[in-house]
Design a protein around this ligand. Structure first.
Ligand code: AMP
Length: 277
């Protein structure tokens, strides 16, 4: 595996049919599963590792985000990655960079709680697509709104890349794997699986279609509040614009973001077969 830090060097080793996995590092099984999937589908796998400053708000954890290049490089190599692209901030951004704005799907949920977040995500992902020129790119359904934002950007801007969205990898107790789980105290970690269990229970109740959806959502949200979660939102949304949804006729998901102490967790449950396409 080659570790590359410059855009010029990366462009020099471009292989047609490359697969790209964009990440911010601190690899866990969720990341490694995306890499293995990409390895299975392509001749050349590029993983980008870049803690992207433009997607963090001023009061967020950019400075303390976990970073460990040596460990990440060893894990990426074990997953069969060919190139780990780990540029500096200066290599990627000019002092006042052009930023990409994706409408509608960014308006609510993470877009409302983290107002500049998706602008940063769309910008770095488009830049990586232009730098790596992959045939396919892999993203995790764990960040469902991010998947929909990228899908919309790719459609609207005619970006020649195939998007692959992969299921959320979970700990044995159901907690979605996340680089930020290391922030949880042991007491918070013990409570954290309730988030996924509550999403599952709400999704089942909504799919049964026997109770008023708003009551189902409220009842499940209050289960989380009673257990000590501070929920930013707990909603049933469609899988296009992420508008609130009240019928299981269209593809949909239950989504939530909730704080446990100072750690903010996000998770979702897609109704039906659990896959975003
Ligand atoms: P990050 O390093 O957090 O930016 O994540 C890089 C990629 O890994 C994104 O496409 C995430 O959605 C994906 N990812 C993060 N956690 C998981 C998980 N538990 N299961 C599957 N994919 C994940």
């Amino acid at each position: 595996m080659r570790i590359v830090t410059s855009i010029a060097e990366l462009k020099g080793i471009h292989v047609p049919g490359t697969s790209l996995v964009p990440t911010m590092g601190a690899f866990h099984e969720g990341h490694l599963e995306l890499m293995r999937r990409a390895r299975h589908d392509a001749d050349c796998v590029v993983v980008s590792l870049f803690v992207n400053p433009t997607q963090f708000g001023p009061d967020e954890d950019f400075a303390k985000y976990p970073r460990n290049l040596d460990q990440d490089a060893a894990l990426a190599e074990s997953a069969g990655v060919d190139v780990l692209f780990a540029p500096s901030v200066e290599e990627i951004y000019s002092p006042a960079p052009t930023l990409i704005y994706v409408p509608e799907v960014t308006a609510l949920w993470e877009g409302a709680f983290r107002p500049t977040h998706f602008q940063g995500v769309a910008t770095i992902v488009l830049k990586l697509f232009n730098i790596v020129a992959p045939k396919r790119a892999y993203f995790g359904q764990k960040d469902l709104q991010q998947c929909l934002v990228i899908r919309r950007m790719v459609r609207d801007l005619n970006v020649p890349v195939d998007l692959c969205f992969e299921p959320t990898v979970r700990e044995q107790d159901g907690l979605a794997m996340s680089s930020r789980n290391v922030y949880l105290s042991s007491e918070e970690r013990a409570k954290a699986p309730l988030l996924a269990a509550t999403l599952d229970s709400a999704a089942k109740a909504l799919a049964r279609n026997q109770e008023d959806p708003s009551s189902v959502l409220l009842e499940h949200q209050s289960r989380l509040s009673s257990a000590g979660f501070e929920t930013d939102y707990f909603e049933w949304v469609d899988l296009e614009a992420m508008h609130p949804c009240r019928s299981s006729d269209t593809p949909s998901a239950v989504i939530t973001a909730a704080k446990l102490g100072r750690t903010r967790l996000i998770d979702n449950k897609i109704l039906g077969n659990g896959r975003l396409i």
